[in-house]
Design a protein around this ligand. Structure first.
Ligand code: CP3
Length: 352
């Protein structure tokens, strides 16, 4: 890793020479090389074989020129270590055989030891640390998003079973959130000890909650997690989709970088988040299918807004979308170069 990193500096709201860029799901099915590896290995096998994990994690860094790598894994990997069998079904997503419904189900969940249960994750991180010239982001699913899969048993539109459990059995819900918080804390601490330079909590589906429910049923858990990680002194990114109305609450969780989806103009997101937190986002991932002039216009506006904020990381508002025909690697390459060049130009002008 370089001594100074624009990505880490932006997260820490320190000076940068250009706006750093990385993309959620920068490794994945849009890449022909990834699809080729997937002909032979399942997603989970790639996560479990450090040499493959390193190769897949590095590929977008080498191809796109991004400023950070994100560990190739899935938010479901630690769910398996907690004792819940799952499968990632093609075109469906995570599916769990025996979803969580009762207090006994929650009691059976194990807060695992990452060194014992997920040694391959830590080994991959150690190898990546030696092999990358950009910082590595470690990650975990956040408790609400993990619980949504654990309770529903599969991807859901309305999260009816999850919300029912939350409202009708708050004691069970609290126990579940608490266990997931404990597991997340040990998991992320182990990732940082192995070499992750920053962590991101993916709370992809928490935007399905009202503000009232977020504050009552999720917020204390997030405070617990970020509070328990604060001494690690690494940037802690908190991302959710459809969370424009929760951004202010996110700043009170203890996270240091706030992830923003594309539905809110970046300048407004920065205003809500305030000067004490870095912001990450927020190009609509579907724009990657638009003509280049449209992409450039939208990226330009995001860079202009982001550069006004102290601490800005360019990203998509959610992961690279899988579609046929897929996003072209060349589009992401061009976007990365554009954000680097345009932001460097603006920063030079700003310094006079
Ligand atoms: O490059 C990266 O961002 C790192 C890799 C990564 C994956 N999953 C690999 C993956 C990351 C950070 C995740 C996180 C993840 N997994 C989230 C949070 C981020 C988000 O997208 O909201 C969620 C909700 C999951 C659960 C999950 N896993 C889903 C919804 C899917 C897609 C199902 C489908 O077929 O569309 C997966 C599978 C998955 N995880 C893929 C990848 C590259 C694609 C499928 C494959 O290769 O088999």
């Amino acid at each position: 890793m370089p001594i100074t990193s624009n990505f880490l500096n932006a997260c820490r709201r320190q000076p940068v020479t250009h706006t750093p860029v990385w993309y959620m799901r920068q490794a994945g099915r849009y890449q022909p090389e990834y699809r080729k590896i997937r002909e032979k290995y399942s997603l989970i096998e790639i996560c479990q074989i450090p040499e493959l994990c390193v190769q897949v994690t590095k590929l977008p860094v080498d191809q796109l020129g991004v400023d950070a790598a994100i560990l190739f894994s899935d938010i479901m990997v630690p769910v398996g270590a907690m004792g819940l069998a799952f499968e990632i079904k093609e075109h469906v997503g995570p599916v769990i055989e025996n979803p969580i419904r009762t207090a006994a189900d929650v009691d059976r969940l194990r807060v695992f030891h990452p060194e014992e249960s997920l040694p391959f994750v830590l080994e991959s991180i150690q190898l990546l640390k030696q092999n990358l010239n950009v910082p590595l982001i470690g990650f975990s699913g956040a408790p609400f998003t993990l619980a949504s899969y654990m309770v529903e048993g599969r991807p859901s539109r309305d999260y009816v079973k999850t919300k029912q459990l939350m409202w009708s059995a708050p004691d069970i819900w609290r126990k579940l959130m608490d266990k997931l918080a404990d597991a997340t804390i040990v998991y992320l601490r182990a990732q940082v000890a192995a070499g992750a330079a920053a962590v991101q909590l993916f709370d992809s589906w928490v935007g399905s909650l009202s503000k009232e429910d977020y504050l009552a049923y999720v917020f204390p858990t997030m405070q617990k997690i970020f509070g328990a990680l604060a001494d690690l002194d690494v940037p802690m990114i908190y991302f959710g989709k459809d969370t424009a109305e929760l951004l202010v609450d996110f700043t009170r969780t203890g996270a240091t970088v706030i992830g923003v989806d594309w539905k809110i103009p970046l300048a407004e997101a920065c205003r809500r988040v305030g000067r004490n937190f870095a912001v990450q986002g927020n190009l609509d991932p579907v724009l990657l299918f638009a003509p280049w002039d449209v992409i450039e216009r939208r990226a330009r506006a995001i860079v202009e807004a982001g550069i006004q904020h102290s601490g800005f990381v360019f990203n998509l508002g959610h992961g690279v979308t899988h579609h046929n025909p897929p996003v072209e690697t060349a589009t992401l390459q061009r976007l990365t170069a554009f954000v680097h060049e345009y932001s460097a130009e603006l920063l030079r002008a700003q310094r006079g």
